[in-house]
Design a protein around this ligand. Structure first.
Ligand SMILES: Nc1ncnc2c1ncn2[C@@H]1O[C@H](COP(=O)(O)OP(=O)(O)OP(=O)(O)O)[C@@H](O)[C@H]1O
Ligand SMILES: [Mg+2]
Length: 410
């Protein structure tokens, strides 16, 4: 049954409720006599999102309805393919098959209307928001390290047969969404593009990035890796805004950019946002001791994430890898170079979040521009060294030492 016409304005509240009423959720989560209500969530930019809940038990009986429109929800003039909803759903299914505890429960997908119903994570916080309040998450490093190891390993040529991998890859070409990343992450920050913006006090440092021939050469090497190196199925927007969590649970959301790319891009992107969170404590943690303690936690978490990832990835490869890679030396080499490449991709992610078009709340919420520039300057200095010195990195401590030594240079 078609629940609503393909309306460019998307579902209204009543239609969002209809989707729930016409699903299995009426027997598995809700009861027929529940009175359902819908409220629009406005935190995101790209999709229409409703929370549909029972007015008798709003926290206990609740579901999230997400619809991809033919454009970005917040910017209607910005056209986007609705197929991103299929990509997101199929990626969530893949992630759920390897790490069910790290994705929201998946209830239904209506391909005709690009609508999905997923678990309402109403007891979880967006990690970026938590970090701005110095929230400590003791388990997130182990959860994220393991999630990345499993999703990347099980979709790679080290586990799948050559044919299986190519068949999977063909479902995740996602050309328009990936082109966006190619442009926004890897091109625009390194040219004089009208969409670029930065805090005024950062002018000299931003121009120094754009005018540094050696640095640009490194950035374009990573762009080429991003476009041509189909190592594993990536989330491709893996940052602290795509993680919802609490002290016990970690859930990865929003994989609408998923495609086959270099593993270091997901890993590096997550590291980059830890560094951004670290730098932004300049403002968010007012008390010096609180700031130091929280920065120490971020550093420890960065360390544990990589150590978990590397150990888990290596163990999976040894235990479950296919027979195409009979060399322990190659496996060690691979993980070593993955660390270096993660540093490179982490650097490009920091740069694009400070001098490109899409900025993040950690910095945006710093209203005083000199304070904001100070924090951004520190992050940019980490990025520059991660990018330029990455080939010398042999352990996660090398990346961490760069962060610990970083100062703002305004
Ligand atoms: N399963 C969920 N449960 C509760 N809240 C959620 C859930 N998924 C998303 N949200 C909330 O909605 C916001 C936007 O979600 P999401 O990032 O999936 O949407 P989007 O439209 O793709 O946004 P973006 O512009 O970030 O790409 C999240 O930051 C979070 O606050
Ligand atoms: Mg999104």
């Amino acid at each position: 049954m078609t629940i609503h016409k393909d309306n460019p304005d998307g579902l209204d509240e009543a239609q969002a409720i209809d989707h729930v009423r016409n699903s299995d959720l009426m027997t598995t989560l809700f009861d027929e006599d529940d009175q359902l209500e819908a409220v629009s969530l406005t935190e995101g930019n790209i999709n229409l999102i409703y929370r549909v809940y029972s007015s008798q038990d709003p926290m206990g009986k609740s579901v999230l309805i997400k619809q991809a429109l033919p454009h970005a929800w917040r910017y209607p003039e910005f056209k986007l393919p609705r197929d991103r909803a299929r990509v997101e759903w199929e990626m969530l299914e893949m992630e759920a098959s390897y790490c069910p505890e790290n994705v929201p429960r998946l209830y239904f997908f209506d391909a005709e209307n690009s609508v999905m119903g997923i678990e309402d994570l109403n007891r979880h916080t967006v990690m970026r928001t938590g970090m701005m309040d110095q929230a400590v998450y003791p388990k997130v490093a182990r959860h994220v390290g393991r999630f990345m190891a499993r999703t990347l390993f099980y979709t790679s040529d080290f586990y799948l047969s050559s044919g299986e991998k190519k068949a999977l890859q063909s479902r995740f070409i996602n050309p328009v969404m990936v082109k966006l990343q190619e442009d926004l992450v890897f091109t625009q920050p390194y040219i004089d593009h009208p969409d670029n913006r930065w805090t005024p006090e950062l002018e000299a440092q931003a121009r120094a990035v754009q005018n540094d021939a050696a640095l640009r050469c490194e950035a374009f090497q990573l762009k080429e890796r991003y476009m041509t190196h189909h190592q594993a199925l990536l989330h491709n927007d893996f940052h602290t805004g795509s993680i919802m969590l609490n002290a016990d649970e970690t859930k990865v959301i929003d994989p609408e950019f998923a495609f086959y790319g270099p593993m270091g891009h997901d890993i590096g992107s997550y590291f980059a946002h830890l560094v951004i969170g670290y730098a932004a404590q300049e403002f968010h943690a007012k008390d010096a001791d609180v700031r130091t303690d929280y920065r120490n936690w971020i550093i420890a978490s960065l360390h544990e994430t990589w150590m978990t990832f590397a150990a888990e990835f290596m163990q999976l490869w040894e235990d479950e890898g296919n027979d195409g890679w009979p060399s322990a030396e190659f496996r060690r080499w691979y993980v070593d170079q993955l660390l270096q490449e993660s540093a490179g991709f982490g650097a490009t992610e920091i740069m694009r979040r400070t001098i490109g078009v899409a900025h993040v709340d950690d910095f945006v919420q710093i209203s005083d521009s000199l304070t904001r520039a100070t924090a951004e300057s520190l992050a940019l200095n980490v990025a520059r060294r991660w990018l330029m010195e990455r080939r010398g990195f042999t352990s996660i401590d090398d990346l961490i030492n760069v962060v610990l030594a970083a100062e703002p240079t305004l």
